[in-house]
Design a protein around this ligand. Structure first.
Ligand SMILES: NC(=O)c1ccc[n+]([C@@H]2O[C@H](COP(=O)([O-])OP(=O)(O)OC[C@H]3O[C@@H](n4cnc5c(N)ncnc54)[C@H](OP(=O)(O)O)[C@@H]3O)[C@@H](O)[C@H]2O)c1
Length: 241
């Protein structure tokens, strides 16, 4: 029986590449999204992957959303917590809204989503939870106190949850992408990208969403059962820990 994978924010950007790669590897995939119906419908038409709309920063919405996915696709074996947002600004000008939205969507969602699937995974003695953190959670980033805090929090969450569930056959890992060639990064002015960003990346180019997806497929495999609590950097050598 094919394993079931649920990818939050799985209809666009890195998440879409993860959803596609998991499907290509034989998983039954469900992809969630927040509100961009047009992108989700286009993704569904292209891939045949089921899409579901709810807000991962809401615990109650996650209860209902995961219930629907499990009823329609099956019990979740692999959860990829990928949904994320930025609301950048210098900390001395940051609003509570900027702080709460970024913490709630990037970090709160890990509790809201993982809590829905962990008991089932433990009961079935198999599970994979893969959290998409960021290089900026490892090293900090100017203008991103909220985002860096959330992404660093994801790494702590990963380690503690990995410890609690190691004996139950559930692994929990984090992936820290560097600069990835997505809409978010394509929006950076070309000269800023070429003069200020690319020189910092030893491989001399942006990462591709498919390279993050490759890491997810690796960690999701049955054969990856001894890898837990780890943080896998996929950043072209930009930051080594
Ligand atoms: N791009 C990079 O260079 C980079 C680098 C390091 C880490 N990351 C991390 O990688 C992940 C994916 O980034 P990306 O660049 O691919 O982002 P993206 O292109 O902006 O896509 C984000 C996805 O998350 C969904 N989403 C956002 N808020 C949500 C919410 N409250 N509830 C449910 N879904 C929500 C979006 O849904 P809609 O389509 O409905 O908006 C979309 O599907 C994020 O966690 C990000 O922090 C990205």
């Amino acid at each position: 029986m094919a394993r079931v994978a649920l990818v939050t924010g799985g209809t666009r950007g890195i998440g879409a590449a993860i959803s596609r790669a998991l499907k290509a590897s034989g998983y039954k995939v469900a992809a969630s999204y927040a509100g961009n119906d047009a992108a989700a419908e286009k993704f569904k038409a292209e891939t045949g992957i089921a899409v579901y709309k709810w807000d991962v920063s809401s615990f109650d919405a996650c209860v209902e959303g995961v219930k629907k996915v499990e009823a329609e696709v099956g019990p979740v074996d692999v959860l990829v917590n990928n949904a994320g947002i930025t609301k950048d600004g210098a900390f001395h000008k940051m609003s509570p809204e900027q702080w709460n939205a970024v913490i709630g969507t990037n970090l709160g969602s890990l509790f809201n989503m993982s809590r829905q699937v962990i008991e089932g995974m433990r009961g079935r003695k198999f599970g994979r939870i893969i959290n998409i953190s960021s290089i900026n959670g490892q090293k900090g980033q100017f203008g991103q106190v909220n985002y860096s805090a959330a992404k660093a929090g994801e790494i702590g969450f990963t380690k503690a949850l990995a410890l609690e569930n190691a004996k139950a056959g559930v692994t929990v890992n984090a992936i820290c992408p560097g600069y990835i060639n997505t809409e978010m990064v394509q929006a950076v002015p070309k000269d800023v990208l070429e003069k200020a960003i690319l020189p910092l990346i030893p491989i001399g180019r942006l990462g591709e969403p498919e390279e993050i997806a490759r890491a997810v497929v690796f960690l999701a495999a049955d054969e990856a059962g001894a890898i837990t609590g780890s943080t896998l950097s996929v950043n072209g050598g930009q930051y080594m820990v």
